[in-house]
Design a protein around this ligand. Structure first.
Ligand SMILES: *[C@@H]1O[C@H](CO)[C@@H](O)[C@H](O)[C@H]1NC(C)=O
Ligand SMILES: *[C@@H]1O[C@H](CO)[C@@H](O)[C@H](O)[C@H]1NC(C)=O
Ligand SMILES: *[C@@H]1O[C@H](CO)[C@@H](O)[C@H](O)[C@H]1NC(C)=O
Length: 490
């Protein structure tokens, strides 16, 4: 027995080891499959199993309204609902988070950056005009095309009025830590339009000086240092505005008309917001014209530029000049010409938008206000709120290379019959409000649509901000100079 015992013990321990091995292997395989399953079904281990209080602290870092992906989902899908006659869904065209109001902190920049450019004279050291007594006027004429800076600023200033209308997309907050974004109220387009010519006694024009001052001001602010500028909104709607400062302020979110004159490292669709021009042509109120009430088939009015756009325009002119129902005239819309052009666009079925020296122009927005179906020939154009708005439902797009083929354009346009045209015309009447700048702003007008576009960028700004903080514990703030953020950061 004394000999057997170790023998038996050996057998027992060997078989129990084997048994243990089988069990462990089984457990291992089982666990492995569970992990695989839950990885492919994230909701099993998803946030819903975390206590809510903890979650919102993680997600939102103290800010009061966590935005999740679903909330930010552009509900613009509704725009592709069928537009059959008098479909009741029309009221629901776009509902971009009606309850999500973006919180905006606005710098109290000295008046010389904003209303001072409108010749508003502050009394004492107040910074902002009292909108309840008098609203300073923005200069008229072609200046108005880029007046978005004025409308957004007015909207913020009035956002906390007790009697402000219910529908708001942005509200001003005075504590920047509570803000989603930081707004820079520099009227850069007006600054360019009015002050970019050198005066006899000046070394630098005022437009350049203001930009230098702005860069100095911004980069010294706590808010800018905190984010490297990533959560700042800077308006530069005129293609020549902010020409000097933009290369220094590029981490910010720009509000632009297009990217035509921007290097792709300074501005791009993912980061920036495209805003409409303010139309110059009069809105066609109570438009009951219809297909047969618009005698001109195709309307074009524009300048010939020496650059690329001019060549296309001349080609198109030669292709179309013999068509009797096509109106083609050169020359920009002067102030006196606005009435004439309004009548022309209001009595045309299609309005041509050809890229000029920049991909965008206010002609598109003139066409929309005229309910004249836009025919867009501009390969590089970017369109406002295109993430929630399907322009193909009320615009015709033609590639530049196709447009100059013999008979291509005229055949395409003549091929669009009354029924199809009428659908597009009706849609134009539904969406025109998205392009209307006004004070006070109203639900889903241009001002609010721009704020909503900003709101849709907030999650990606947060993501970048949070990522940028990963190493902040041991790489000091001073090493993270906002202006020298690594180029590959974005
Ligand atoms: C600003 O908000 C932050 C975060 O909510 C808070 O900690 C801070 O005290 C506030 N500052 C002021 C001046 O109210
Ligand atoms: C448009 O129609 C409405 C209602 O019929 C009318 O009150 C308004 O005066 C009209 N406006 C214009 C500019 O014709
Ligand atoms: C606009 O002006 C052009 C030439 O200046 C003229 O031929 C045309 O009839 C005018 N159109 C309208 C609608 O007044």
């Amino acid at each position: 027995m004394a000999e057997r015992n170790p023998y038996f013990r050996g057998i027992i321990s060997r078989s129990s080891l084997f048994f243990l091995f089988v069990i462990v292997s089984f457990l291992f395989i089982f666990t492995w499959f569970s992990v695989l399953r839950s990885a492919s079904q994230p909701h099993i281990i998803g946030p819903s199993t975390l206590p809510n209080s903890k979650l919102s602290a993680v997600i939102d870092n103290g800010n009061s309204h966590p935005r999740n992906q679903d909330d930010m989902q552009p509900s613009g899908i509704a725009i592709s609902v069928n537009y059959g006659e008098e479909a009741p869904q029309h009221q629901e065209l776009i509902k971009c988070n009606p309850n999500k109001v973006v919180k905006v902190f606005m710098y109290d920049l000295p008046p010389e950056f904003h209303f001072g450019l409108l010749e508003w004279k502050p009394v004492g050291d107040i910074v902002w005009p009292d909108l309840k007594t008098k609203i300073p006027d923005y200069p008229g004429g072609l200046n108005l095309q880029h007046s978005i800076e004025y409308w957004l600023t007015l909207d913020l200033l009035s956002s906390t009025f007790p009697d402000s209308t219910g529908a708001r997309s942005a509200v001003r907050v005075h504590n920047s830590s509570e803000a989603d974004v930081i707004f820079v109220p520099f009227f850069s387009s007006l600054s360019y339009n009015r002050y970019s010519r050198l005066q006899p006694h000046e070394k630098k024009n005022r437009n350049v000086l203001l930009q230098e001052k702005l860069v100095k001001f911004l980069t010294a602010q706590e808010e800018w240092k905190r984010s490297g500028g990533r959560d700042h909104i800077i308006m530069a709607h005129h293609p020549n505005s902010l020409l000097d400062a933009r290369v220094k302020l590029w981490p910010a979110m720009f509000v632009l008309s297009d990217f035509g004159r921007y290097p792709p490292t300074v501005a791009y669709l993912e980061k920036d917001v495209i805003a409409p021009y303010k139309h110059i042509i009069k809105t066609f109120v109570n438009d009951s014209s219809g297909f047969d009430g618009r005698p001109t088939l195709l309307y074009f009015q524009g300048a010939i530029y020496r650059k690329d756009g001019g060549y296309i325009r001349q080609e198109l002119f030669y292709l179309l000049k013999d068509e009797k129902d096509v109106h083609f005239s050169f020359g920009s819309v002067s102030r006196d010409g606005i009435n004439n052009a309004s009548q022309g666009m209001h009595s045309s079925k299609f309005c041509l938008n050809v890229a000029g020296d920049t991909p965008s122009s206010n002609r598109l927005f003139d066409a929309i206000a005229s309910h004249c179906v836009p025919v867009i020939i501009s390969d590089e154009i970017e369109l406002p709120y295109e993430d929630v708005l399907d322009y193909s439902q009320f615009c015709i797009f033609v590639r530049t290379s196709d447009s100059v083929k013999k008979n291509f354009l005229i055949k395409l346009i003549r091929g669009i019959k009354k029924e199809e045209w009428t659908q597009m015309w009706k849609r134009l009447k539904e969406i025109e409000k998205f392009f209307e700048f006004q004070y006070p702003s109203q639900e889903d007008d241009a001002v609010q649509m721009i704020w909503q576009a900003v709101a849709r960028k907030v999650p990606s700004v947060r993501l970048k901000l949070h990522k940028s903080k990963r190493l902040s514990r041991h790489i000091g703030k001073s090493k993270r100079d906002p202006i020298t953020v690594p180029k590959n950061f974005w």
